[in-house]
Design a protein around this ligand. Structure first.
Ligand code: SAH
Ligand code: SF4
Ligand code: F3S
Length: 440
């Protein structure tokens, strides 16, 4: 009899990567994916707790699973990821429908934990130790994409930005060995993968836990030299730790994308300090200048938080002026969310919700104008675009990404190019979120 699994995934790229590791282990145990979790024998909810909105949505799903499990006796509900880590055993107490809890350091031990549960029926959690290095993954990979692969290069974060829960749920920085990373990439190349995104909460401190300097630059060089690797991306850079050496290495590389995602969070030096970001406005702008010196055509994107405790109208205007000054190609904008256990949650002068919302709207308006302006500069140019496939809304239109990660749409010709191949597209129109063109 076929046994089915389903994974509900929330959160960042690290979680998407973890979900692929869970899927691979289930495949190796003989399970088959089903798109309908009502018929799944194993359901994984891979959770995120970075903002309250994510947590609320996930608690709703866990609640719904009570009935889903009642209709499908014998099914196993596993809660994994950052919320499992944050809640610990409390989750098992509060939600009897949860059978297994797995913290973030144990992602690659899932298979043995599930097998234990199936023979013992002991509801249990494994999440105490955030200092262990996750086992190297030896199983099958079940990747969503047929050409782009996530590759974790390090786990955890040492930064303790005062608003952020991640260091508490992902533990301290632990870097994988460069050989293990390259082996994984070579294996994926042999399966047809062309684009690799190196993942870590702060990739610029890769190797520092082993006392190595500039290890991230050296890793980029190693991956750049692997035959068959077409594009290399990485997430996320911390502006404090992004060295000139890394920027130079990227500029000289053949395959590292000229896209720099450098989360600034705020434009006010006072707020950056209260956030414990380790740089101020001037240092950040210096980094932007360094990037543009080595890579004049660099695509820049960022993350921004509005309404951090104590943020005044003047601080917020500093954010607007920084966004205008840098003119980012893209930005992820967030309303500050109070996360209990983090220092900012206890800070005075929490900003009222309506003020936060109003600031977010104003910020998005400024950013959208920048995105459009930046996209317009590409009109008339022919860019290499990696094909993703037919667009979801119109199968007659193809979609893909530039080196700078801009989304591009173009009419499908007589032959449909294969996902992962690179085609030259002449850009004819620019919108805020995308570019439209024609294959040359
Ligand atoms: N390690 C990465 C990603 C962290 S989470 C980094 O440092 O950039 C991704 C983004 O979520 C952060 O950059 C930040 O902008 C946002 N974020 C984190 N905690 C938040 C909070 N409590 N409220 C609102 N946004 C938050
Ligand atoms: Fe959170 Fe800061 Fe670490 Fe990013 S660098 S994960 S924002 S603590
Ligand atoms: Fe969320 Fe955990 Fe990522 S809290 S953003 S899934 S590291």
């Amino acid at each position: 009899m076929t046994r089915y699994y389903h994974i509900l995934n929330y959160g960042c790229q690290m979680n998407e990567s973890d979900a692929e590791h869970y899927a691979g282990q289930l495949l190796d145990l003989g399970y088959t994916y089903t798109p309908d979790y009502h018929e799944a024998d194993v359901i994984i909810i891979n959770t995120c707790c970075v903002r309250e909105s994510a947590e609320k949505k996930i608690l709703g799903k866990i609640g719904e699973m009570k009935q889903v499990k009642r209709n499908h006796p014998g099914s196993v509900l596993c809660v994994t990821g950052c919320m499992a880590q944050e809640w610990g055993r409390e989750m098992l107490k509060k939600y009897p429908q949860v059978d297994l809890l797995l913290g973030t350091a144990h992602v690659n031990s899932f298979s043995s934990i599930l097998q234990n549960y199936l023979s013992s029926h002991d509801r249990q959690g494994l999440f105490d130790d955030l200092t262990v290095m996750p086992q190297e993954f030896e199983g099958s990979f079940v990747r969503k994409s047929s050409f782009a692969a996530w590759v974790p290069i390090m786990y955890g974060c040492n930064n303790f930005c005062t608003y952020c829960i991640v260091p508490y749920v992902r533990g301290r920085e632990r870097s994988r060995e460069p050989e293990a990373i390259c082996r994984e990439i070579r294996r994926a190349v042999s399966l047809g993968y062309r684009e690799f995104t190196l993942l870590g909460q702060n990739v610029n401190s890769y190797g520092k836990d082993r006392g190595e300097k500039e290890a991230f630059a050296r890793l980029l060089e190693l991956v750049d030299a692997i035959p068959g690797v077409e594009r290399i991306r990485y997430m996320t850079s911390h502006p404090r730790d992004m060295s000139e050496e890394v920027v130079r290495t990227i500029a000289q590389s053949r395959h590292v994308c000229r896209h720099f995602h450098i989360p600034v969070q705020s434009g006010s030096s006072r707020i950056m300090k209260a956030m414990n970001r380790g740089y101020d406005r001037e240092k950040y702008l210096d980094l932007v200048r360094t990037i543009r010196k080595y890579v004049p055509d660099a695509v820049l994107s960022t993350d921004l938080i509005v309404g951090f405790p104590g943020e005044t109208e003047e601080d917020f205007e500093d954010t607007l002026s920084l966004v205008r000054e840098v003119c980012f190609d893209d930005a992820f904008t967030f309303i500050y969310s109070r996360r209990s256990g983090t220092p900012a949650a206890k800070m005075p002068d929490q900003v009222p919700d309506d003020v936060k919302k109003e600031r977010l709207d104003r910020l998005m308006e400024v950013q959208n104008a920048c995105s459009l302006e930046r996209n317009k500069r590409l009109v008339g140019r022919t860019l290499p675009v990696m094909v993703e496939g037919p667009s979801r809304s119109n199968p007659e239109v193809m979609s893909g990404r530039t080196d700078g990660n801009n989304l591009v749409l173009w009419p499908k010709g007589e032959t449909e190019p294969a996902p992962g191949s690179i085609v030259p597209v002449r850009i004819e129109r620019a919108q805020t979120w995308l570019l439209k063109g024609r294959v040359e």
